[in-house]
Design a protein. Sequence first.
Length: 323
Amino acid sequence: SFTSNKIAAGEVVDRPASVIKELVENAIDALATMIVIEVRDAGKEYIRISDNGSGIYSSDVEIAFERHATSKITQIEDLSSTLSLGFRGEALASIASVSQVELITKTEEAPAGIHLELHGGKVIFKKEIGCPTGTTVIVKNLFYNTPARFKFLRNNTSESSHIIDLVSKIALAHPDKGFKLINNNSIVFVTSGTNNIFHTITSIYGKELAKNMLTAHKAENNYFVEAYFSKTDMYRGNRQQQAVFVNGRLIKSKVVTEAIDEAYRTLLPINKFPICFLYLKIPPEEIDVNIHPAKTEIKFSNEKLIKSLLISTLKENLLQEKL
Ligand code: ADP
Ligand code: MG
């Protein structure tokens, strides 16, 4: 029912950035290679996600907005091995229940696309439309029918910076896909999608930052790390420009944070943090994913090995740099 969708929406959707996260993950799941994210008024008034992925069959568009509607794998084993946490079939239903949503979508084979509009989860109209293969989801007036939740949102500066940080990290996690982020009619960044991490970092954070980065890679047993990290004269007051991607997915890990701190321990001023993007490839069976939908926290079965691999990768190159 619409009521239960509204309640469920609190779990999946608590701010514009979480709407964007769900919609961009859907675009990635649909094998899109180019994804455009446009927001106005920090996403409170308008969010648009356009992709060139598979599109949705005309007969499936309404079903996609039903709770627990998913066309994706739901096996627990699959979840832990692919590290895919997004398959639970409630994002579209939850988002639609607290906003006004437009969906424009077309599959490769379909002669025409479908344009569907829902208000508060209720279908307002559905008609054919000419459009390219792929999907556009527009979310207008988020929380218009849940004023209590709308009031809970932070100011535009704060919500925007959450969005920019989120989309930056998603783009870093997927250097093989092109991302374009537009905020109030101005382009924040465009990545090329040519599967080059260094170019992706440059597109997002600028040439100045990129040219002061060190890069290194190292393997031990079946563990592989590729690191992009700052020289010691370039640091930040927080950890916003630190990110860890395990098998292609952004995660949080205390072990990794400790490794970064340890590697830089004698080199940085107090309360300063290096910029550091770490790409880890680990056998999936050596990762323990906590399967709570909102969790990105994971456990490594061999924390010692992870830690020593990361510390040595960073430290060897930092010391080299000092000479
Ligand atoms: P889930 O992603 O967990 O399956 P969602 O509510 O996010 O659930 O989406 C429901 C369904 O709608 C998906 O399983 C998928 O079939 C379809 N869908 C949503 N977004 C897209 C998209 N951008 N491209 C293609 N299909 C999509
Ligand atoms: Mg989804």
